[in-house]
Design a protein around this ligand. Structure first.
Ligand code: NAD
Length: 348
């Protein structure tokens, strides 16, 4: 992508360019292709360096670094989570990320990841849904109609074939926004006024609310047999969405147990409570859903490998397009040891 003479220039995908890229490719294509990249990386899980994300918690939120690497590339995402932000006109979640060459440590991509996180979270949810949802599921309840909501709806439509989304949010303005944005999606959109109404007839329930507390978005009596729950919003210590009794009735599937035990719904359970790792399901080594009456729960917190896949995907797509700029981000003297000389040459 960069020629040898500009080896120190780093491709940078701005928010504008990310929007251009997604529109040029089509959001369904992006979600479907992203899901294949994530699936391919989950299937080679043992090849990655893995660690729970490095989180810096404060009263109002969290700032996290999410690193991982394989033999070829190193990637990390910087991401925040501040539920109070939305009321002050800021995003709850914003992010950017870097992909580097392991061979020489040079970054090969710097990109916005606020949009990309919404896309990769939705692609991951729908990919997992493909493995765990009951056969022929067509209706999804979507509780929490904020920034992530429409991405989730589009991904489940493109990857799992749902045709109806039942929306609920404590703030009707959010539900109206999501209904408006999804009006031309080809999905049947049903705005609801309670969580109970939203889950009526739904085979998939997605919870995607933001509140820094042990919330109870779903109570035990709301969840019938055979349902797949895609629980996205509980992704931080002290922040969950489901009543504990639901967890006790569910088969629980997670990304990376050392991180999910700290951040996911399962922080409400004993540290030895059995969970199944999704990469093993995707490799066919352990079963996913085994019977129609089972409640399956994806306790999603978001793991670094999903961001690595997303970075890899964007890097693979921007070559030959105009959807990136080149950043002069790395000092690169002609003689590698003459860094000081390079500085002096810039003296006025
Ligand atoms: P957002 O602030 O844009 O939207 C959250 C919505 O939840 C708001 O519209 C709010 O009114 C609604 N809400 C809050 N409490 C509710 C309740 N009790 N019942 C119904 N609705 C309620 O946030 P967002 O960007 O959409 O993110 C949602 C959550 O998902 C956040 O907690 C975020 O940290 C998490 N998230 C997880 C992943 C992951 O990989 N698992 C990725 C991205 C975001």
């Amino acid at each position: 992508m960069t020629s040898p003479s500009d080896k120190a220039l780093v491709p940078f995908v701005s928010v504008d360019n990310m929007m251009g890229l997604v529109h040029a490719l089509g959001i369904e294509t992006v979600l479907t292709e992203l899901a294949s990249f994530i699936e391919a990386d989950f299937k080679r899980w043992p090849e990655f360096d893995k660690t729970p994300r490095v989180a810096s918690h404060s009263t109002d939120g969290v700032i996290e670094l999410m690193p991982t690497a394989d033999a070829e590339n190193y990637g990390f995402k910087y991401v925040n989570g501040h539920p109070k932000n939305m009321k002050e006109g800021f995003q709850t979640v914003t992010a950017f990320g870097v992909l580097s060459s392991v061979a020489n440590g040079y970054p090969i991509l710097l990109t916005e990841m606020t949009l990309l996180t919404a896309l990769r979270t939705a692609a991951t949810s729908a990919l997992v849904g493909k493995y765990l949802m009951p056969k022929g599921a067509k209706v999804m309840a979507m509780i929490g109609n904020g920034a992530q909501c429409e991405f989730q709806a589009k991904a489940f439509q493109a990857i799992c074939g749902i045709d109806t989304v039942r929306l609920y949010d404590i703030d009707p303005v959010a539900t109206a926004k999501a209904a408006r944005n999804l009006a031309q999606s080809g999905l049947t959109i049903v705005p609801c006024t309670t969580g109970e109404e939203a889950i009526e007839g739904a085979q998939i329930i997605t919870t995607c609310t933001a509140d820094k507390q042990y919330a109870t978005i779903l109570t035990d009596n709301m969840v019938g047999p055979g349902v797949h729950i895609n629980a996205i919003g509980g992704d931080c210590p002290g922040k969950t969405e489901l009543h504990r009794d639901i967890l006790l009735r569910s088969e629980i599937f997670v990304e990376y147990p050392p991180q999910t035990r700290i951040e996911g719904e399962i922080q409400a359970l004993d540290a030895t409570h059995p969970v199944t790792e999704l990469w093993q399901v995707m490799r066919g080594e352990v079963a996913g859903r085994t019977d129609a009456r089972q409640i399956t729960l994806f306790d999603s917190v978001g793991f670094a490998i999903e961001d690595f896949s997303a970075l890899r995907y964007v890097h693979s797509k921007i070559g030959g397009t105009s959807f990136f700029d080149l950043l002069d981000m790395l000092a690169d003297p002609d003689e590698p040891r003459d860094l000081f000389g390079m500085l002096n040459r810039a003296a006025p």
